[in-house]
Design a protein around this ligand. Structure first.
Ligand SMILES: C[S@@+](CC[C@H](N)C(=O)[O-])C[C@H]1O[C@@H](n2cnc3c(N)ncnc32)[C@H](O)[C@@H]1O
Length: 404
């Protein structure tokens, strides 16, 4: 709630919940009695309402988008369709993570205009997000080619449109996806038993004032319709605890990921499985092995990755404050305390030792080099210095390390 915080989402509460939805709650009774009716396209025919809602949603969705893409892998996603994508918060987050990804947001026209304005602030990556006008309740074909998308996302859309529009919507998504592509539905939902959680139910209640024909969303209600549209539902789980759920195909990281310390509720710290001393003292091998493991298994889990000695005290909070203020994890950064790497050779170059921080963007880019460097360093060590007996138990030339 502190406006200078990077995780600030006060505008969402102030402008969308406070001003727009709170005002609509006064109309709950007439809406329930059928004396008044409203839907999103009618509500957003006032451009000021559309702009203010969308700006506030952007403020609320950026952090949720990060959380979603920690769970949903963007590996092999080159084309993504963000239906009812609002400001494009999820699309911008996705294209910032994957430099070759293009996203298309389908939205009501007034929202497209505001979304273009908001995403422009995201820098060059925003050029890979396009907005196309669509009323998702119209039985028209979507303005994208059949089977052209790797991922279709619907975040908070299914609770925003009438129940009868859901099945056609899912069928359209099925047609837009390539074979094996994935649909992710993320929304406020209550449990199938409909006895909670309260926060999901309160959201649904306020939404009645702008979408009285909507379905009260539950995991089984969504899953039944997805199955009727041809989808195989692979996973359903909470995204924002006690509020929103996501249904998806090909979910990547469930909370029982052996490398995650405590699922999605805890601090965003990745604790590596099998993080033990490798029993040999050649630093470059250990460092390359660590970076490469992260590049292969956790390339999008964090904006920043730090390596420090086990007896080093690192003030993570202060470090993150500075990284967030002065640097951008989507750019290539290699930061650390510098020392000459080859003091004995005439031409030395500065090299970070002891404490090294690299950006997520660099880790992803370095994935191939790290493999090459790792194998190169092993080969050199074998041939020129002393045999790495500790690395050679049994048949494996690399010992404990097995190439996958
Ligand atoms: C809560 S916002 C979510 C926006 C975005 N998906 C996100 O999660 O940040 C719901 C969005 O659904 C969109 N929407 C509602 N009815 C729609 C319709 N008939 N066609 C297209 N979009 C619609 C709204 O314009 C709004 O941007």
């Amino acid at each position: 709630m502190v406006s200078s915080s990077k995780a600030f989402y006060g505008d969402y509460l102030k402008y969308q919940i406070g001003r727009l939805f709170y005002a609509r709650m006064g109309q709950l009774l007439p809406v329930l009695k059928g004396e008044e009716t409203l839907n999103y396209s009618g509500w957003f025919s006032d451009p000021e309402v559309a702009a203010s809602y969308t700006m506030a949603q952007h403020n609320g969705s950026l952090a949720t988008a990060k959380a979603l893409f920690r769970r949903v892998s963007l590996d092999h996603v080159q084309r993504m369709l963000d239906v009812g994508g609002g400001s494009g918060a999820f699309s911008v987050t996705a294209v910032q993570r994957v430099p070759s990804l293009f996203a298309t947001v389908l939205e009501l026209p007034a929202v497209c205009a505001e979304g273009r304005r908001l995403t422009a602030a995201a820098g060059p990556a925003a050029a890979r997000v396009e907005f196309r006008a669509l009323d998702a309740t119209e039985p028209t074909r979507w303005p994208v080619e059949e089977a052209s998308q790797d991922l279709v996302l619907m975040s908070y859309l299914c609770g925003s449109i009438p129940e009868e529009a859901l099945l056609p919507l899912y069928r359209n998504a099925f047609g837009a996806l390539r074979p094996g592509g994935r649909l992710v539905v993320h929304d406020f939902m209550v449990e199938d038993s409909k006895d909670g959680p309260a926060l999901g139910a309160y959201w649904a209640l306020q939404h009645v004032t702008v979408n009285p024909q909507g379905l009260g969303l539950t995991p089984s209600g969504v899953a039944e319709r997805l199955a009727a549209a041809g989808f195989e539902v692979l996973e359903q789980s909470d995204l924002i605890a006690r509020m929103t759920k996501a249904d998806g195909m090909g979910w990547d990281g469930s909370t029982d990921d052996p490398d995650c310390a405590d699922g999605s509720d805890g601090p965003p710290i990745l604790s590596l499985h099998g993080d033990v001393d490798l029993g040999f003292l050649y630093n470059p091998i250990r460092a390359f092995l660590l970076w490469r493991y992260l590049a292969v298994h956790h390339p999008i889990d964090c904006d920043w990755y730090a390596k420090v000695d086990s007896d080093t005290f690192l003030n993570l909070w202060a470090l993150l404050q500075r990284l967030d203020t002065y640097f951008n994890g989507t750019q290539l950064h290699y930061l650390g305390s510098l020392k000459p790497a080859q003091p004995s050779v005439e031409e030395s170059f500065p090299f970070a030792v002891n404490s090294i921080v690299i950006s997520g963007a660099l880790l992803r880019k370095a994935r191939t080099w790290l493999s090459l460097c790792f194998h190169d360093v092993i080969a050199r060590r074998h041939q020129t210095v002393q045999p790495l007996t500790a690395l050679e138990p049994g048949a494996s030339p690399l010992g404990a390390y097995q190439e996958e």
